[in-house]
Design a protein around this ligand. Structure first.
Ligand SMILES: [Zn+2]
Length: 528
């Protein structure tokens, strides 16, 4: 049997496993066999049997083989031996792929939208269901975030591991003007109060220089949303920020001059701001050689790029973004309300959005993606973040879409998964213990129904369409006869288990809880 043939048969089995999950079938274990894990319950010794392994570092998948998790760590990646102590629980992973947990490096911990309460568990469940086991929060209520971080670490809260890059180090002057001294004091405050890093937004060069110098001194990493500022990616790269978020600032540093804003442009108007932001990479004065130079400088100074491609896609295709099928059951009414076009809500700028604005955003994405691809090819560190909760992007689902967009930008799915795992861990400085499937590493693992390298849609907890012939999944390049009644579309995919610190979370259970939360909130709202 050729390798290709083996792979085809294998992929078929993988998808069948996904289908079985969706129709609710379970392989019954014999009475003597160890039981499957219980959702959200710690297991001392967990065996994942016969899995295909995606390591996270972009080397090809390997298997089928076994993974043993002991006390929250990966104790072994390799075949089991009869001499092994018996496991306390077993995940039968034949036909499934196991990969490292995803690191969402740009997100916001949220328990409200527009001042209306929304349960934090809603966001936490969605993130875990989408495979996110670690998050870098880049802006939320600091004290609440610290509590969630501690509770998640203690496993008293079902949520991903949390690192906080707080923006709260700013604005602590009691109304006095900011100076190089006050920003230094702010950075020291962040360090003393338990921040994992600082988030920088909207700052002049002199203050930035002091802030980053202080951050280096106290050992805090930094993330920046540059926006349209006196400072650009060039300043941030020269002064040694850890990562640049989104796309702003990078193209600004590559213009001959500045962006051609019309005279009535008002940066406080979100329609103006987001409309024109979608024209940044298609400015006539964008100098591609200069752009390459900015990317080179970022690489030279080890500045990472977290592009958050998925958070802006509504700008290039609004109707699609407003009508994603998983909103039917999984969109919380508080979020639904927040997303309605409203200048008071950040990112809800779609007031009379036009086809011309969509076309410009679409072209803008092409150049932006080319720049990202160049950055990656030259060795730049790219990590993934979804920035969800804004602009029709739902927690976790946005991250899966981020991966799909990185494939669109030209990265191999193995590279895309590296961005989401190994690179995220490197960015956060936790790559000595997280981000890959490796003996001794923390057991943050995803058990996926199918092969995400074949189809990243399989990571979506809503599942995805799979083509079947006589009930058996086949490639959609197979020879099909029109009118053949044995050809059917079935629903497959989804992550089955998200394992964090060795604790298995059953994704269909997490999603059922989300459905229930949404249904209850909608019923409550209907009463009003
Ligand atoms: Zn953000």
């Amino acid at each position: 049997m050729s390798t290709a043939r083996v792979m085809r048969v294998f992929v078929g089995a993988a998808l069948l496993a996904g289908l079985a999950l969706v129709v609710g079938q379970r392989i019954q274990a014999s009475a003597a066999a160890p039981k499957t894990p219980v959702h959200a319950k710690a297991v001392t010794r967990l065996l994942i049997r016969n899995a295909m392994v995606i390591y996270g570092n972009a080397k090809p998948a390997f298997g089928p083989t076994d993974i043993v998790v002991q006390d929250g760590l990966i104790a072994r990646v390799g075949p089991s031996s009869p001499k092994d102590p018996p496991p306390d629980a077993v995940i039968e992973a034949a036909g499934k792929y196991v990969m490292p947990g995803i690191i969402n490096a740009h997100m916001h911990l949220q328990d409200e939208r527009g001042g209306v309460a929304q349960p934090f568990q809603y966001e936490a469940n969605l993130l875990l269901a989408c495979g996110v086991t670690t998050v870098r929060d880049v802006g939320s209520e600091f004290e609440k975030a610290k509590k969630w971080r501690a509770d998640s670490a203690a496993h008293t809260l079902i949520a991903p591991r949390i690192l906080i890059y707080t923006p709260s180090w700013r604005g602590r002057t009691g109304g006095a003007p900011e100076t190089t001294q006050t920003v230094r004091a702010g950075v020291q405050w962040a360090k003393a109060n338990g921040a994992d890093g600082i988030k920088i937004f909207g700052i002049d060069r002199d203050l930035l220089q002091a802030a980053l110098d202080e951050a280096h001194k106290v050992g805090l990493r930094s993330a920046t949303h540059i926006a349209v500022e006196e400072t650009t990616a060039k300043d941030f790269a020269e002064l040694g920020v850890t990562s640049i978020e989104h796309f702003y600032g990078i193209a600004d540093a590559a213009l001959d001059g500045i962006q051609d804003f019309p005279a009535d442009h008002n940066a406080s108007n979100e329609v103006h701001r987001f409309g024109r932001a979608g024209e940044l990479y298609i400015q006539k004065n964008l100098n591609r050689a200069k752009l390459s130079g900015v990317l080179d400088l970022m690489i030279k100074n080890k500045v990472a790029w977290v592009p958050t491609l998925s958070i802006y896609v509504a700008g290039r295709d609004l109707i699609r973004a407003q009508n994603l099928p998983w909103y039917r059951e999984y969109l919380h009414p508080t979020m639904e309300e927040y997303w309605k076009p409203d200048l008071e809500h950040h990112g809800s700028f779609f007031l009379g959005w036009t086809s011309t604005q969509e076309a410009r955003w679409a072209k803008d994405y092409q150049v932006w993606m080319e720049a990202l691809r160049e950055f990656g090819l030259k060795g730049g560190l790219i990590a993934t973040g979804d920035d969800a909760g804004f602009i029709y992007s739902l927690y976790g689902f946005g991250l899966i879409h981020e991966l799909e967009l990185m494939e669109e930008a030209g990265f191999h799915p193995l590279e895309v998964l590296k961005h989401a795992t190994v690179n995220g861990a490197t960015l956060l400085g936790i790559d000595d213990r997280l981000g890959r499937v490796r003996q001794g590493y923390v057991a943050d693992l995803l058990v996926v129904n199918g092969n995400p390298l074949e189809n990243l849609h399989l990571l979506n907890p809503y599942g995805t369409d799979v083509l079947t012939v006589n009930g058996k999944p086949v490639s959609n390049y197979a020879t099909l006869t029109p009118g053949d009644s044995s050809v059917k579309i079935a629903r497959g995919g989804g992550i089955e288990w998200t394992i964090k610190d060795g604790i298995p979370y059953h994704v269909p259970t997490l999603m059922k809880e989300v459905r229930d939360m949404v249904a209850a909130a909608r019923a409550e709202r209907a009463k009003k």
